[in-house]
Design a protein around this ligand. Structure first.
Ligand code: ADP
Length: 287
């Protein structure tokens, strides 16, 4: 197990008129190598939860243990924790600040005190992982890039720290479809290559269905579902009640079925739907 969240509560501004309970008795255990999707309506507590995972904020009560380190203990080594858990915030490109792409990505690794050659290797490999060409881009200013490229530079800066756990909060928000595909493709490549643990916060059920092995659903500070995508998306009406949808393709198959077509509506990706429809057509030909 790499992350163990036990009985965690989080209250903003306790004992003031602005008191707000954002996490209510959360229990989650995550194994190394899992790819987790974290979903929930705005305000359900997703950002609060992920900020707790790298010690940026500390639970009001309960324990969070990451790779053996209990973050809730007073003397926890938060520097070590932040190296283990890389957090990519929403719109991370707003935090780019160096003159060149190279120095921006190298900033974290340099702070770790690594040798120049190691920093160099890490910058190269992080850029490769997010699909940015090292030679042609390294000396350019990050501010000359497109929105999607800037964001990839920011993500590369976190990847270059070689975290064991990578948390991405809405990494594709505000990008066009090509920009989204590039970011998601990079995340998928990284996962397949490095086998790190990933937590992806997203409003896109399509992205979640395509990528993750397990989905956590939050509602009003509580964890209300924790299961594989197929099982979570079967519960379409419950999800609807808490302001969430299912992938469009799942909805489409459910509608086909309700119109009398004998198809399995238990699908979450376009590929699976294609197979189901082909099976249905072949059965019809045989009759
Ligand atoms: P999500 O990421 O799912 O949108 P958040 O974790 O941002 O949810 O918010 C959970 C709840 O905590 C919301 O009711 C939100 O208004 C409240 N909240 C978030 N940040 C703060 C803060 N800094 N001060 C007070 N309340 C906050």
């Amino acid at each position: 197990m790499i992350i163990d969240i036990r009985n965690v509560n989080y209250i903003y501004n306790p004992n003031t008129p602005f008191e707000k309970k954002a996490l209510n008795n959360i229990n989650i255990q995550i194994d190394e190598g899992e790819f987790i999707g974290l979903i929930g309506h705005t305000g359900s507590g997703k950002s609060t939860l992920v900020q707790n995972l790298n010690g940026l904020i500390k639970p009001t009560s309960g324990d969070i243990i990451v790779d053996g380190i209990n973050l809730t203990q007073k003397n926890a080594n938060l520097k070590e924790v932040r190296q283990k858990v890389g957090l990519v915030f929403q719109y991370p490109e707003h935090q780019l600040f160096e003159e060149t792409i190279y120095s921006d990505i190298a900033f974290g690794p340099k702070n770790l005190g690594l040798k120049d050659e190691e920093v160099d290797l890490r910058v190269k490999s992080a850029m490769e992982n997010v699909g940015l060409d090292f030679e042609s881009l390294k000396d350019r200013s990050p501010f000359e890039l497109s929105g999607g490229q800037k964001r990839r530079v920011a993500i590369a800066g976190v990847i270059a720290m070689k975290p064991k756990v990578l948390i991405l909060d809405e990494p594709t928000a505000g990008l066009d479809p090509a920009g989204r595909d590039e970011i998601l493709g990079g995340i998928k490549r990284l996962y397949e290559k490095e086998k790190i643990t990933i937590v992806l916060v997203s409003h896109s059920m399509e992205d979640i269905a395509k990528l993750v092995n397990r989905i956590l659903v939050m509602d009003e500070g509580e964890l209300v579902m924790d299961d594989i995508p197929k099982e979570v998306f079967k519960r379409a009406s419950e999800l609807k009640k808490i302001g969430l949808g299912v992938p469009q393709i799942t909805d489409f198959m459910k509608q086909l079925k309700s119109k009398g077509f004998d198809v399995n509506d238990d699908v979450v990706t376009v590929e699976e739907a294609k197979e189901e429809i082909m099976k249905y057509l072949r059965r019809k030909e045989d009759v």
